[in-house]
Design a protein around this ligand. Structure first.
Ligand code: F6P
Length: 550
């Protein structure tokens, strides 16, 4: 595949941008075409729970022609072939020689998927069964701790994909969660994270889930060892590791070495990338919290979006359109960021989750054929739930100098319709108002009519014409959440396919890790280390002088 800029329709997109895109005035487009909303909004029918999710792309810089050119670019970039190769289990993560098969984890039909000639589905289903049995045993109290008590405190120890997915999903689906359970997610190597989780935990009733694909991640293994030491110390050595520690991993040898019996290990395969692993055994905390039936609904919603992505023509394919818009904004308009703001408190960790998904996948600058790319790739994804975010950084969206393509997400039905839905109506009114305000802005005429003093005129002007995508779901159910996550997965996939980068490796995290290992050893040596630049060396020396290292 060539560089994106060498695709036959790239020049057409460039000239379309120069002639149409640059001077595009969103609000005028709505005046010209009263059916714009109908034309550019798409309904996703979620077979998981018979609900719908409405994706409104009409407040984007989009015309029939834009879409046509973008779809041509996707075809020329081989998006369909790459997608089909992923679903077929081909090793599209070529820098690690791996298939990319998180889609198999939610393949609820069990249609065979082959890797190296072997159907992976029996293995996937076996692990799901194990997760079902275990999660139900914990929830019912049938699984007991070493003194015979049910385990009601769950501490997941993991980082990156082995943390962000479980945290985000358990928070998002908290409404369905077992309120007798106390959940902690310990990820940071900062001892404070573990100390705070252990502070009020009772070893007799605590279950540790050590979640690590590789089981070699420094933070996780160190945290897990500290947890084990705490457990053994608190139980005077009588605590039974087998009853209180399980591992979620691909690395049986390391799990055994740590002291966890492989029968208490929930496995998955190397073709599950960390940032796509919440659908695997890494999602065990989710199954324990909301129950396996609901975990299965979560997988079903994901599968429904997979099928949409796999089978829908590109011009109607919801994540494909979103991914192509992102390419258009990044490479033609110079947009550097992508904001996701859920109008939903349960989704408060969703942007953090999406950060890893998007930025670890598409933060790349070398093409799949080994060239430095000649264009901008993955945007900086950020976000916070609204309406809180409105009172912090939305100022910059409305009046700053940057173009920030924005997604707003709302569920029509609240799980907590308190005060006769008063809160929900206020929340929804802000969801509509923000997208409208970002588009229409506020000009001189209106300001004058409001009697704005001349000196404040420019300060109170809103230029508008800021693009937004509004996503309106019915309710944040497990099935809806599954579909929403997968929408972003395939959006990211589409971007990566067009940019011709490998969205599935993450070599960029290695350098910092290896330097940290070297410096860690230096911290234990007497004197100050040599060979660093003067800033790094000076900082290490200052730290050594100040820290009370035992
Ligand atoms: O350092 C990045 C990373 O490899 C992520 O891709 C991954 O999700 C995380 O570390 C944790 O890895 P593991 O599950 O192997 O501990």
């Amino acid at each position: 595949m060539p560089q994106a800029t060498a695709l036959p329709h790239w020049a057409a997109l460039q000239s379309h941008h120069d002639t149409v895109g640059k001077s595009f005035v969103l609000k005028e487009e709505f005046k010209k075409d009263p059916k714009r909303f109908e034309k550019f909004s798409y309904t996703f029918n979620n077979t998981a729970d018979n609900s719908e999710i409405l994706f409104d792309f009409s407040k984007n810089f989009l015309t029939d022609e834009t879409l046509k050119i973008l779809v041509e670019i996707a075809k020329e970039a081989g998006l369909e072939q790459l997608r089909d190769a992923m679903f077929k289990g081909e090793k599209i993560n070529f820098t690690e020689d791996r298939a990319v098969l998180h889609v198999a984890l939610r393949n609820i039909t069990s249609e065979p998927i082959y890797v190296d000639g072997k159907d992976v589905m029996p293995g996937v289903n076996k692990e799901l069964k194990h997760m079902e049995e275990f999660s139900e045993a914990i929830r019912s109290g049938e699984w007991k701790g070493y003194t015979g008590k049910p385990l009601t405190t769950i501490i997941n120890i993991g980082i990156g994909g082995s943390d962000l997915g479980p945290v985000m999903v358990t928070e998002a689906l908290k409404y369905y969660g077992d309120r007798k359970q106390t959940l902690h997610f310990v990820s940071n190597i900062d001892g404070t994270h573990m100390a705070e989780a252990l502070r009020d935990s009772d070893p007799e009733t605590t279950l540790f889930l050590v979640a690590s694909k590789t089981f070699t991640t420094a933070e996780t293994t160190t945290n897990a060892h500290s947890a084990k030491d705490w457990f053994l110390k608190k139980t005077d050595g009588k605590g039974d590791i087998a009853k209180h520690f399980v591992a979620l991993s691909t690395n049986e040898a390391e799990v055994k070495k740590f002291g966890i019996d492989p029968k208490n290990m929930f496995g998955f395969e190397s073709w599950v990338g960390g940032r796509y692993s919440v659908w695997s055994a890494i999602g065990l905390s989710v199954a324990i919290h909301i129950g396996f039936k609901r975990f299965h609904e979560f997988l079903s919603g994901a599968h429904a979006m997979d099928m949409h992505f796999r089978n829908t023509p590109l011009e109607k394919n919801i994540p494909v359109i979103a991914g192509l818009l992102s390419v258009y904004y990044s490479d033609m308009f110079g947009a550097q960021t992508h904001l996701v703001s859920p109008f939903d408190q349960y989704l408060h960790r969703f942007p953090a989750y999406l950060q890893q998904l998007s930025m670890e996948s598409n933060g790349k600058s070398v093409s799949r054929d080994n060239q430095m790319v000649r264009y901008t790739t993955g945007p900086v994804l950020f976000g916070e739930p609204a309406t809180n975010a409105q009172h912090s950084f939305y100022q910059l969206l409305h009046q700053g100098t940057k173009l920030i393509p924005t997604d707003f997400i709302l569920a029509a039905e609240s799980h907590n319709p308190i005060d006769n839905n008063k809160h929900q109506k206020m929340l929804a009114s802000n969801f509509f108002a923000q997208a409208e305000a970002l588009m229409v802005g506020k000009g001189e005429e209106q300001l004058k009519a409001e009697g704005t003093p001349e000196a404040l005129m420019k300060h109170k002007t809103f230029l508008g014409n800021r693009p937004t995508t509004s996503i309106l779901a019915q309710k944040i159910t497990p099935g809806t959440l599954g579909a929403l996550i997968v929408y972003y997965e395939h959006l990211t996939f589409t971007e990566g396919a067009v940019w011709n980068i490998n969205s599935f490796d993450q070599w960029g995290v290695e350098l910092g890790k290896s330097l940290a290992k070297k410096i860690l050893a230096e911290l234990d040596e007497p004197g100050n280390p040599q060979g660093h630049d003067s800033s790094t060396g000076g900082l290490i020396a200052a730290f050594k002088a100040k820290a009370k290292l035992a």
